[in-house]
Design a protein around this ligand. Structure first.
Ligand code: COA
Length: 330
């Protein structure tokens, strides 16, 4: 069996910044409520780029930083809950955009756990020799499926994309990885068949104070998701440490799914883990679902926070219900 390592990361977020104050102009909310309940100050929203557009930009960022030619990629997996359309897959559109003509391409649907799920699948392809170099992307334009009249959900999320290139290696980079699901929680975080085209972006409609179109938007049982999140992060951390035969002192950083600062604080207190071990950037981007972990990983790399040999524990959770985590040696 071959081992797998991450050779490059990339990310892209849309230019438009939507602050809590700006949101307060269009819905009944305020900066103090959002910050104190979630830690979020602002988020990015896409005005005219769809998921494949931002996924492509994140992919190119990772490819530029690697010494890999696009023709060498033999697998592209996009984790997304907000594809451009029902078919073709976002991964196929990214393939066309970047010219990765030798890749097999598909999307996977695991909501906010999508990146970890996609990395896990790519690892299996590489370990068994079915692929050598894989591009894994988490990308979301959540703004198109949010109900911008529902202050209980719309303040939480943002748009963005993150990418990682995985390659076979002699030494292990990905030390442990696992995923899990519980469909009995299907109704806790759900989006029925919403319109996926960017022209239907409900935020644009809201901001232009035009007619507000009916859509099947994202719905969420916030308190239940909160309880699930804190339980499953704890469980995932313990499981990953057990799988890798490491303990918390061996871990340099934890990248949790960037959903809510209160969830992270709760876990840090419960497990008695130094808060500084958790990388947090949700204040700038909100919850970008499948994109949150790779955006965070790329930001850490760009800021020079990661040294060779550092051990990073990533943990994701979301709709489905789904969850998963990985320990990566940098
Ligand atoms: N601005 C102002 N007030 C708001 C608001 C907003 N954006 N959203 C809700 N409120 C109000 C509610 O109407 C309610 O008012 P009431 O008491 O007069 O009825 C009050 O705030 C409390 O609402 P509640 O929904 O009970 O708040 P909460 O303390 O549970 O916090 C969340 C709500 C969403 C922040 C919290 O449940 C949470 O973080 N859940 C996890 C969500 C998550 O991470 N999802 C993604 C997972 S991948």
């Amino acid at each position: 069996m071959r081992e797998v390592k991450i050779v490059a990361t990339g990310s892209y977020v849309p230019e438009k910044i939507l602050t809590n104050d700006k949101l307060s102009e269009v819905i009944d909310t305020n900066d103090e409520w959002i910050k104190s309940r979630t830690g979020i100050s602002k988020r990015r929203v896409s005005i005219n780029e769809n998921t494949s557009d931002i996924a492509t930009k994140a992919a190119m960022d990772a490819i530029y930083k690697s010494d890999i030619k696009v023709e060498d990629l033999d697998l592209i997996i996009v984790g997304t809950a907000t594809p451009d359309c029902y078919t073709p897959s976002t991964a196929c559109i990214v393939q066309k955009n970047i010219g990765a003509v030798n890749a097999t391409c598909f999307d996977i649907s695991a909501a906010c756990s999508g990146f970890i799920y996609a990395v896990n699948i790519a690892c299996e392809f590489i370990k068994t020799g079915s692929a050598k170099k894989a591009l894994v992307i988490g990308a979301e334009v959540l703004s198109k499926i949010l109900d911008w009249n529902d202050r209980g959900t719309c303040v939480l999320f943002g748009d963005g994309a993150g990418a990682a290139i995985l390659s076979s290696s002699d030494k292990s980079g990905i030390m442990a990885i696992y995923t899990g699901s519980d469909g009995s929680g299907e109704n806790l975080l759900k989006c029925n068949a919403a319109s996926l085209g960017i022209n239907n972006n409900s935020l644009s409609i809201m901001l232009n104070k035009d007619k507000y179109e009916e859509n099947n938007f994202l719905t969420m049982e916030g308190r239940e998701i909160f309880k699930f999140a804190v339980r499953i992060i704890e469980e995932s951390i313990k499981k990953l440490l057990e799988m890798s035969k490491l303990n918390m002192d061996d871990i340099d950083y934890i990248i949790p799914h960037q959903a809510n600062l209160r969830i992270i604080d709760f876990v840090s207190r419960k497990l008695n883990i130094d808060k500084n071990k958790f990388f947090v950037n949700l204040q700038d981007y909100g919850n970008t679902s499948a994109a949150s972990i790779p955006i965070a990983l790329n930001e850490m790399s760009r800021k020079g926070l990661l040294k060779k040999g550092d051990r990073i524990l990533m943990v994701g959770f979301g709709g489905g219900l789904t969850w998963g985590g990985a320990i990566v040696k940098w």
